[in-house]
Design a protein around this ligand. Sequence first.
Ligand SMILES: [Zn+2]
Length: 352
Amino acid sequence: MKKGKILTCFALITLCFLLVSNAYAQKSLTVGEVTAAPGEKKSGYLVVPAGSDAPEVKVPITIINGKEPGPVLALTAGVHGYEYPPVIALQRLRKKLDPSMLSGAVIMVHVANMPSFMKRTVYYNPYDWKNQNRSFPGSPDGTMTERTAWVITKEVIDQCDYLIDNHCGDGNEDLMPFLYCTEVGNPEQDRKTRELAVNFGIKVIIHEIDRPKDPSQSVYCANTALVRGKPAITTESGKLGRSDEEDIKRLTHGIYNTLKHLDMIDGEVQLLFDPVWVTEYQIIRSDYDGIFYPLVHRAQHVQKGELIGYLTDFFGETIQEVKSPYDGIVLYIIGTPPMGKGEPMASIGKFK
Ligand SMILES: [Zn+2]
């Protein structure tokens, strides 16, 4: 009897130990068609179903599943298909990241907007002319852009703990590096988002509090994670449809910093400078279709009222002057001639 009790106790303790250790063991992760067991790196596709507007689209993804447990970090690129440094940065990271050295998992979305990437369109998907980064969380019954956003929301954002959506100046934007840090009003989550922003290592951080709070109308990719309780940032590194080495390296360096900050790989976060916070920015939009002439460039300091560009009609007659709304810095300015009515001409930031 006594011996029986001891054996029962021993069996219970063993069971508890197995349950606890299993709960903390790294598990397989499935995203779309791709499943990676602990210690595996697997690539494949998220399939966005065909609709009446467009054929099926395949979004290339990679899962790098660590051997040890830890957070799931989602990295998205190509939400805007003419923004190349994020796409190239993820290609490099996919090769270098070793699952045996990783705790947790990384999900990479290599080109989130494949039709825009293949057709080289700025801002918009060429099937429905919608902006993917204004279409989240998307809809299974919507147009191609909305269906794609929906698949990314369900398969990637719903499964991650942290998200970094990587952008740059689109094919027409002369942009300086910065990132968006958005607070949602939850002190614990906001602290983690600020830490994510500061530890990435891009100097200029735009602090925002007024993005949509409704999960069914989250609009932006990173905001879709934020309103679902997950710390997330949007990075901007690159300009004018180019793939400059310094812009790619800024992203790979920042993502390595993030992996270290989240204790997903060994090593110390390396920050090259203290952050500078931008507390306000203004996007100046065009009143007309026309031809745009910038008079300043990215990262240039400008004064309130300074002429920073002008718009002409198609005969060269000036129809709109663009002046800086305050003393600040040029976050981006359009660097190529075509300008559509209502589209951004420049974004000016104001420092804290
Ligand atoms: Zn973008």
